[in-house]
Design a protein around this ligand. Structure first.
Ligand SMILES: Nc1ncnc2c1ncn2[C@@H]1O[C@H](COP(=O)(O)OP(=O)(O)O)[C@@H](O)[C@H]1O
Ligand SMILES: [Mg+2]
Length: 342
């Protein structure tokens, strides 16, 4: 069982002509296996949500278009093997929710405020399964219980009657009721306070272990990625800048963007001095950074030179700590294959 994205490019066009188009997802390769959590880490505006939506072909119509690539899924429990980009509309509807589910950042806007939570979950089940309402209710209650919410007592609650953490757990229950092979979780803990966020992360880990679901976990927070994922893709302006085993990336970052990111997080930075001003990556991510013809991190990079004014490809290299077991990749010409940036 696996989800494999090969060379996916998704463009977003703002103006009327081609010059207004940028690749919000650019030549992306990504895979996730059964029972594996991979993180996509990158700052706000990098295109992470866009990527998550594109996997389900939910990228905004009219302004964006999937230019090329493959999104191959193999899901034994549902007996499906396909390229999502080649599916007919009705087949695609079946994939959404049943084979790949998505949890969004904000449970307040994702749940229907005027519908009882039990009914919302039951409706999600009945859209895909030909079973009785009673059977669907039993499944909904079971999954709510599984998320540490008293399913029977809370079945008739409205979203506003629940706390933020409970609402997010309802969203996870809803994403899991059809027993999908893959879950895309788009910043599911960002809107939550620290304690609730930790509870939700723990639940996601339990789900992975119990159900074997493969999870793509989107976050802007490398410490969250560390707590939950086996592998990480560091994403910047629509491109993977670096990928590999999460611990290996944190301990031996290769790309200047990853190095800068780690330096700006006190708990991860090896040279952090308490009470001193924290390292800050200068400048901002702008739409121009998404243009091809140069390294997308060029305008903010501490290692840049004229050699970076070309399209830069991803290069593989063995990870330093694990004898090459996991394999690393970096999109930087200033990278020294013996470790770190030159
Ligand atoms: N519906 C849309 N229409 C136009 N531009 C969009 C739309 N959604 C996102 N974008 C643009 O695409 C880029 C990536 O956004 P997004 O995927 O939301 O980033 P992230 O999730 O990493 O914060 C941003 O520059 C954003 O302004
Ligand atoms: Mg987002």
């Amino acid at each position: 069982m696996a989800l494999e994205i090969n060379n996916l490019t998704v463009e977003l066009c703002a103006g009327k002509d081609e010059s207004g188009c940028i690749n919000v997802v650019d030549s992306l390769f990504l895979s996730v296996k059964e029972g594996e959590v991979v993180s996509i880490v990158g700052e706000s505006g990098s295109g992470k949500s866009f990527l998550g939506l594109s996997i389900l072909k939910l990228n905004p119509q009219g302004v964006s278009r999937i230019v090329s690539g493959e999104i191959k899924i193999s899901c034994k429990s549902q007996n499906v093997e396909a390229d999502i980009l080649k599916l007919k509309p009705d087949e695609l509807t079946d994939v959404r929710g049943k084979i790949i589910s998505m949890i969004f950042q904000d449970p307040n806007t994702s749940l229907n405020p005027v519908m009882k939570i039990g009914e919302q979950i039951t409706e999600a089940i009945l859209t895909h399964k030909k079973i009785s309402k009673k059977e669907a209710k039993d499944i909904a209650v079971k999954y709510l219980n599984y998320m540490n919410i008293d399913g029977l007592a809370r079945f008739n609650s409205y979203p506003y009657e629940l706390s933020g953490g409970m609402r997010q757990r309802v969203m996870i229950a809803m994403a899991m009721v059809l027993n999908p092979c893959f879950l895309i979780a788009d910043e599911p803990t960002t809107a939550l306070d620290v304690t609730t966020s930790l509870q939700v992360l723990k639940l996601i880990k339990e789900i992975k272990e119990k159900s074997g679901v493969g999870i793509i976990f989107i976050t802007h927070d490398l410490t969250v990625a560390r707590s939950i994922s086996d592998r990480t893709y560091v994403f910047y302006a629509g491109q993977v800048m670096e990928s590999g085993n999460t611990e290996d990336i944190i301990n031996n970052p290769a790309h200047p963007y990853t190095i800068s990111l780690i330096k700006s997080i006190p708990s991860l930075s090896p040279d952090y001095v308490p009470k001193q001003k924290l390292f800050n990556i200068s400048g901002y991510l702008t739409k121009d950074d998404f243009k091809n013809g140069k390294c997308r991190f060029y305008s903010r990079c501490f290692k840049r030179d004229d050699g970076c004014l070309n399209d830069i490809g991803l290069r593989n290299f063995p990870d330093s700590e694990n004898g090459g077991k996991y394999g690393r990749a970096v999109r930087c010409i200033k990278f020294n294959s013996r470790g770190g940036a030159k």
